[in-house]
Design a protein around this ligand. Structure first.
Ligand code: USQ
Length: 394
């Protein structure tokens, strides 16, 4: 199948290009390379060295024998998106090309507005470009489990049956996002559903949990094929940050009580799920939602998991609680469904300890890079506004 990846240079986009190519798909993509700039802006660096775009293209050719059509371009530029779709005629479009960080979007007015404008506008452009230049293409839109928030009831996959004043309907499940970034994804979900209803767009909206991991099998030993791994307060996510902290002897940073529960999944599972969605498209006019995660864990459980695996390989790890810079529920019910992906063949990685072990071993060799940017580990972006570094509270 011809698959266009918007955001092909990112943490997920680059491995997805490699994974899909290995499965026999023809891949093209676009990226503005902004993730590289945002991470530098917040004082971070990828813990794993990443190749330049040119080196990535050469490595892709060496590994697959194929030229990768990877253009540098801004998805908020409609003419660019439309002309790329006209030329490539994608059968599937995977949209990963957005600003993905909650803290970055909470920094100040400018970062909030930039995030929402970028994310909402580029998703609208992709919807319009499919309609005008690649009708029939299937949109696989990366959303987030964070769109739902943490309601005190089970979380279905996108829709639920409601009975109100004696009448019944199947309605979108309420979205209660917890950051300006997560709110941008809620707007995208509404716009994508609407495009399905009015234009007959086929769409899969992926509510993805927090991804962790340093590699997928298809990268082999070629470090030019490697993906990035961030650990700063904005672009580093929980398990990735904990592993980076563990290898440099920095205490793991639990925010608040550490009882917040979220869905997590290994990078390889994220690739598996996206490939399954692409290879099992919905009908024209169908908008379907997949909740995508391996399992739900509390942040404290994950920190102890990382500590346990680290100790098996001889690393001694401390866990500290920091005052939580975010406004989020400290202790809550969390029980989302994830049946739709299982129905089309998703096989969750059975042993996440082995993934964490692999991550720690990959990161040990890159300790110096993490140490040199360790200042970026402590959060200071406050949900209520302003900047104040979090302190250890226990
Ligand atoms: N947390 C800690 N310590 C840390 C980092 C995070 O306790 O050092 C806690 C946070 O307070 C939060 C939870 O871990 O309760 C998850 O935070 P995160 O930074 O790992 O992930 P989040 O901000 O939710 O966002 C990430 C990705 C985003 C994606 C989302 C999926 O950055 O792009 O949409 O995960 S989900 O969380 O399911 O919404």
């Amino acid at each position: 199948m011809r698959v266009f990846i918007a955001g092909i240079d990112g943490y997920l986009g680059w491995p997805l290009a490699i994974h899909l190519s290995a499965r026999g798909h023809e891949v093209a993509g676009a990226d503005m390379l902004l993730r590289r700039e945002w991470v530098a802006e917040v004082g971070g660096i990828s813990a794993l060295p990443i190749a330049s775009r040119g080196e990535r293209l050469r490595a892709f050719k060496d590994a697959t024998g194929e030229e990768l059509d990877f253009c540098v371009g801004d998805l908020t530029d409609y003419q660019l998106v439309k002309s790329r779709f006209q030329e490539f005629q994608p059968e599937a479009v995977v949209h990963l090309g957005q600003m993905p960080s909650a803290p970055y979007s909470m920094m100040d007015q400018a970062h909030c507005v930039w995030t929402q404008r970028n994310n909402v506008v580029n998703n609208l452009n992709i919807l319009w470009a499919i309609k005008e230049a690649a009708p029939g293409a299937h949109l696989i839109k990366l959303g987030t489990m964070g769109e739902y928030g943490t309601p005190a009831v089970d979380i279905p996959e996108g829709f639920f049956e409601v009975e109100f004043r004696g009448r019944k309907d199947r309605l979108p499940f309420p979205r209660q996002a917890g950051s300006w970034y997560h709110q941008s994804k809620v707007h995208d979900s509404h716009n994508t559903l609407f495009a399905s209803q009015i234009w007959g767009l086929r769409a899969t909206d992926i509510m993805q949990g927090v991804v962790f991991g340093t590699r997928i099998a298809e990268m082999g030993d070629d470090c030019r094929l490697g993906t990035r791994l961030d650990f700063d307060q904005c672009f580093g996510t929980a398990i990735n940050r904990f592993c980076c902290q563990a290898v440099i002897g920095h205490p793991l940073t639990l925010y608040g009580l550490g009882k917040q529960r979220r869905g997590f999944l290994p990078l390889a599972d994220s690739m598996q799920c996206l490939a399954l969605a692409i290879e099992n498209p919905p009908e024209a006019g169908e908008y379907r939602v997949f909740n995508q995660f391996e399992n739900a864990y509390s942040i404290s459980e994950l920190a102890h998991l990382v500590k346990g695996v680290a100790s098996d390989i001889g690393l001694s790890v401390e866990i500290n609680r920091y005052d939580n810079p975010r406004a989020e529920m400290a202790d809550h019910y969390y029980n989302p469904d994830r049946q739709h992906l299982l129905d089309i063949g998703y096989q969750p990685t059975p042993d996440i300890q082995s993934v964490i072990r692999e991550m720690l071993l990959d990161l040990i060799d890159n300790r110096a890079r993490i140490k040199a940017h360790a200042d970026a580990l402590i959060p200071d972006i406050r949900w209520g506004g302003g900047r104040r570094r979090s302190k250890v509270i226990g």
